[in-house]
Design a protein around this ligand. Structure first.
Ligand SMILES: Nc1ncnc2c1ncn2[C@@H]1O[C@H](COP(=O)(O)OP(=O)(O)O)[C@@H](O)[C@H]1O
Ligand SMILES: [Mg+2]
Length: 336
């Protein structure tokens, strides 16, 4: 008797777990008949079944409208019920992950609603694109407003010199020419700066460390903040996209420390491990409250850092609190 009560309790517990799980679950027996289905599965897949009356319901008759799952199950039946995964299947107004697993008594399929993750991904992607668009616009404006007019001025000056050539004495001629040379030099500098912003030449030619050293030197000269780079990079070069990604991430994080933190010092560390590379950017500034910044003024900068990291299958951890400084850690896996 005691044993029976115990069994009942276990049964109740199990059915409560199944019905309250955050996943949809469907179990079928070795004859493809549904032996268990919870409310979540019914609601995710819009099934027309009664979970308490599953008399001889064959799974294939119930899921025809979820075409990809139907096809997948048909396929695995032919292959002695292998495990399967379907990721981010759009169905109804949701995105669903499916996991199919063989068990002794038959087969189970779990269904996870990942609509929210998917939406967050879209937000991140959009802000990355938005960030790139802003950057392009800024550079276009710099070319248009900076280089365009300077070139027109050089042209005008040259016209002047050539039309007045006969009347200009040597001294005046060389003064005018030296104005023109100065303008051309400053234009060359402007072009170098813009092209550097588009794609740092050092990064392409010599890799991440020289490029970062150069970036940091330039900021150390221009700003009051002191930026220090430590690194243990043994490989000479990494895949181009990883180098560019790390550089952009570093640029954004350092920029944030310069712009927002009032820190006196920023430490940048780049450590190479056998199968990953870790970037840490740490400032001793004012820090911030993540929750309220996310709510009140989420910028695209940090979202971009996150989506860039995710694009490499990496991890981004932002550790900060008011008056605790900011430590950003990025780990990017390396395929060797
Ligand atoms: N190193 C930092 N120190 C203090 N506050 C920071 C730091 N980095 C980011 N923040 C805060 O987080 C916000 C979002 O940063 P971000 O996404 O880079 O956008 P943006 O820099 O364009 O404002 C900033 O506006 C700032 O309030
Ligand atoms: Mg920023």
């Amino acid at each position: 008797m005691a044993q029976e009560i115990h069994n009942d309790q276990i049964k109740n517990l199990l059915s409560s777990v199944v019905n309250n799980a955050p996943y949809g679950m469907i179990a079928i027996d070795n004859f493809d008949q549904i032996v268990l289905v919870n409310e979540q599965a019914i609601s995710f897949l819009k099934l027309d079944v009664n979970p308490n009356d599953l008399n001889e319901l064959v799974i294939f008759d119930q899921i025809k409208h979820v075409e990809q799952l139907y096809l997948k199950l048909n396929q695995i039946v032919k292959n002695q019920y292998q495990d399967f995964n379907i990721d981010a299947l759009p169905f109804d107004d949701k995105f669903l992950n499916f996991r199919g697993r063989k068990i002794k008594e038959g087969y189970i399929v779990t269904i996870e609603d990942i609509t929210r993750d998917k939406e967050m991904e879209m937000v991140a992607l959009n802000s990355m694109l938005e960030g790139q668009e802003l950057e392009r616009r800024r550079i276009a404006k710099e070319i248009h407003d900076g280089i365009g007019p300077s070139l027109s001025t050089v042209r005008l000056l040259l016209e002047n010199v050539s039309s007045e050539n006969n009347r200009l004495d040597n001294a005046k001629f060389s003064t005018q020419m030296s104005v023109i040379f100065d303008m051309i030099d400053s234009l060359t500098g402007d072009i170098r700066n813009i092209s550097h912003q588009l794609m740092p030449k050092l990064l392409i030619d010599f890799g991440i460390i020289p490029a970062l050293e150069n970036l940091i030197n330039r900021i150390n000269k221009a700003e009051r903040i002191k930026i220090i780079l430590f690194h243990s990079i043994l490989s000479e070069r990494f895949p181009e996209l990883i180098e560019l990604g790390l550089y952009r991430i570093c640029q954004e994080l350092i920029n944030n420390s310069v712009k927002h933190s009032s820190a006196s010092e920023v430490q940048v560390q780049l450590i190479e491990h056998p199968d990953s590379i870790i970037l840490m950017v740490e400032d001793n500034g004012c820090g911030f409250d993540k929750t309220s910044v996310m709510k009140e003024n989420p910028g695209v900068g940090l979202i971009n850092v996150e989506s860039r990291t995710n694009a490499f299958g990496g991890n981004f951890i932002l550790d900060t609190a008011i008056s605790k400084g900011v430590t950003a850690t990025i780990e990017i896996p390396l395929e060797k």
